[in-house]
Each structure stands twice: as structure tokens, then as C-alpha cells.
Design a protein around this ligand. Structure first.
Ligand SMILES: [Zn+2]
Length: 337
């Protein structure tokens, strides 16, 4: 099969479109003919080696949709030809965390990699039937961003009437957070570096849009928009550049969700900022396996809308990464094998 393989970590040049070994489904696994793969920021970190190096060629990509093409021994629930979406959280399936439905607490919890390919093999528990009425590209843009956002909004106990400051609002995770937060009745203050994308954010029902140069401090604007109180929740995927502003912009007793560090992961602050103001810092990393099956029907009904920025043929994965890293997006980038 054709796939994007990486032989060592590095820049976009390590994403090589080449012949790869056809994966065979083992016991309890299914093979999927991938029709669309969603690009996540995680794929860039994976490519750069931030999760450690590797000794064999690796295929990136956690989100994907397609049809079941082959079935391993012991799989009875699925048949060849069924359209499915990959549920990208992998766990052991038999520890206390897994048995109690809290897969992200499993010691073996990790996110699947391998959808930048014509075929991918996953455990049969990690596929969900694709609802009718959505395309493969839309189905491939849901997994990581929506599962992550729904999980942290739930854990932060986001309630109607609360306010949420959203960094990086135009990315896949940003727009997923915006839609799910609006569905929960929150007021969303969306932050973007692009004046051109500010109007589009309003079309997606952002209540307030803050345009930043990246170098300025937006704390005063947030306080001004919230009568000096600050927001109940901050969702910060940028890290080093923004985290101190996140701490300054959150109200007493509020929650700062850290869900990535695209600008770097080192932050220095005085702990009193947390305990004196009774703040919660909540780390977010995907979510439970129940979230995707619960959300998919909302896409079929048009309650949630996957936003797709652009689509590239699989062999141009390097161009897709270049766009995400250097040129910005409004929604998801999709690869079509
Ligand atoms: Zn487990």
C-alpha cells in the first residue's frame, strides 16, 4: 500500500510518500480502507520526535474514516464494507480504569497513529459506525478535536451562563471547543491572530472575538469584557506564549485547561497565583471511548458541524503540515489517500 512514512524525526521533508507493508488484522482487529485522514497538531509533534524517537518507519495520523476491508479472527460485530470512523484512544481493556469506563486513566492509554495511509489496522473496539449524512472528510475531522473538547468541558463542569476564553480559536480543536461550549450555553471569547478570520468566528457564534498580534497582552481586554471579573474557563493550547495571560484572565475559582503547547512548554509562575485564587489547572489529553459514539449522531443531525479548511492528496502531507505550521487554518486539514 501507499503511505506517508517517517524514518526519523524532523521537518516536513521526513514525510515520505512511499510503498509500505500492507498491515494484516490480528485477533480482535479490523483493517480499514482509509478514505480521509484528519491532520492534528499532534501529528506535527509526532513528526518532530516530541514523543521520543523511533527505530522503525512510522506512519502518522490519529483520525480517519473509511470502510472495513478485512476482519481478524474473533471479530463478530463488524463486516467487510461497513463505513466506520476510528475512535483514536487505545487502552489495555482490562485494568480497573478501563473496566470502569475511564480509559484515559489506563496506564497503557495512548493515541493511535497510522491513518496517513491507504489502510490502517485498529482493534475492533476502536471503530464506530459512520452515520449517514456526513462525508468521509467530515467524519475524519471529528475524533481527536471533539473528543478532547467534550472531555475537558465535562471535567471542568462547564455550565450555562459561564464564560470561556479560547486561544487558537480557528484551529480544529478551537472550533470544536467553540461549538461544544455554545451547545452547553457558555459565552465564548475567541482569540485569533487573523483579522480576516475574526468575522468567520462570529459566524460560528463566538460572542466576542479578540484579535491579537501574538506579542501583545490581552488580559485587559478580557477583564474589560467581563466587568473586571475574568472568565470562568480558559482553554489554552498554545502554552509558553499565553499561559501566564490565561492565569491572569481567569476569575477566582476558575479553571485553566492546558491542552497543548504549540509555542513551547516551559512556564514560570508563582504558585500563590493558583492557591490564593483557588484556581484549577486541568490537563486534557483526548477522552473516554464513550465520547465519540455519543457525539456522532449530533453531526448527522446538523447540531454540530465539522469545519474543513482544506483537503490535500495523501502524497502532499508535507504541504498540509506546512500550512498548519506556518499559514494558519480555519478548521481541519484533510488528507485523502
Ligand atoms: Zn486499561
Amino acid at each position: 500500500m501507499k503511505a506517508i512514512q517517517m524514518h526519523q524525526p524532523g521537518g516536513i521533508e521526513v514525510l515520505r510518500y512511499e510503498d509500505a507493508e500492507m498491515p494484516q488484522p490480528g485477533v480482535g482487529e479490523v483493517r480499514i480502507r482509509i478514505r480521509a485522514a484528519g491532520v492534528n497538531h499532534r501529528d506535527i509533534w509526532f513528526r518532530q520526535g516530541l514523543f521520543g524517537g523511533w527505530t522503525r518507519p512510522m506512519i502518522p495520523g490519529s483520525d480517519g474514516a473509511g470502510e472495513i476491508d478485512a476482519i481478524g479472527p474473533g471479530v463478530t460485530r463488524w463486516s467487510v464494507g461497513q463505513k466506520v470512523v476510528i475512535n483514536p484512544g487505545l487502552s489495555c481493556g482490562h485494568c480497573i480504569a478501563c473496566l470502569s469506563g475511564n480509559q484515559p486513566a489506563c496506564p497503557d492509554f495512548r493515541i493511535f497513529d497510522g491513518t496517513y495511509a491507504e489502510y490502517a489496522v485498529v482493534p475492533s473496539e476502536n471503530v464506530v459506525a459512520m452515520p449517514s449524512g456526513i462525508t468521509y472528510a467530515e467524519a475524519a475531522s471529528i475524533g481527536v478535536p471533539y473528543v478532547t473538547a467534550e472531555d475537558f468541558l465535562e471535567r471542568a463542569q462547564a455550565r450555562p451562563g459561564q464564560s470561556l476564553l479560547l486561544w487558537g480559536a480557528t484551529g480544529g480543536l478551537g472550533l470544536a471547543t467553540l461549538q461544544l461550549a455554545k451547545l452547553r450555553g457558555l459565552r465564548v471569547l475567541a482569540v485569533t491572530r487573523s483579522p480576516a478570520r475574526a468575522e468567520k468566528l462570529r459566524q460560528y457564534h463566538a460572542d466576542d472575538v479578540i484579535v491579537t498580534t501574538g506579542a501583545d497582552d490581552i488580559t485587559d481586554q478580557v477583564l474589560g469584557l467581563t466587568n473586571g471579573r475574568g472568565v470562568d474557563l480558559v482553554v489554552d493550547s498554545l502554552g509558553q506564549l499565553t499561559f501566564l495571560q490565561s492565569l491572569a484572565a481567569v476569575a477566582r475559582g476558575g479553571v485553566v485547561v492546558t491542552v497543548g503547547s504549540t509555542t513551547g512548554g516551559r512556564v514560570n509562575f508563582e504558585l500563590g497565583q493558583l492557591f490564593r485564587r483557588r484556581l484549577t489547572v486541568l490537563g486534557a489529553y483526548l477522552g473516554g471511548s464513550d465520547v465519540l459514539p455519543r457525539l456522532l449522531p449530533l453531526f448527522a443531525r446538523g447540531v454540530l458541524i465539522p469545519v474543513i479548511d482544506s483537503s490535500y492528496p495523501l502524497e502532499q502531507a508535507d504541504q498540509a503540515h506546512d500550512q498548519m505550521e506556518h499559514h494558519g487554518v480555519f478548521g481541519k486539514i484533510i488528507l485523502t489517500p
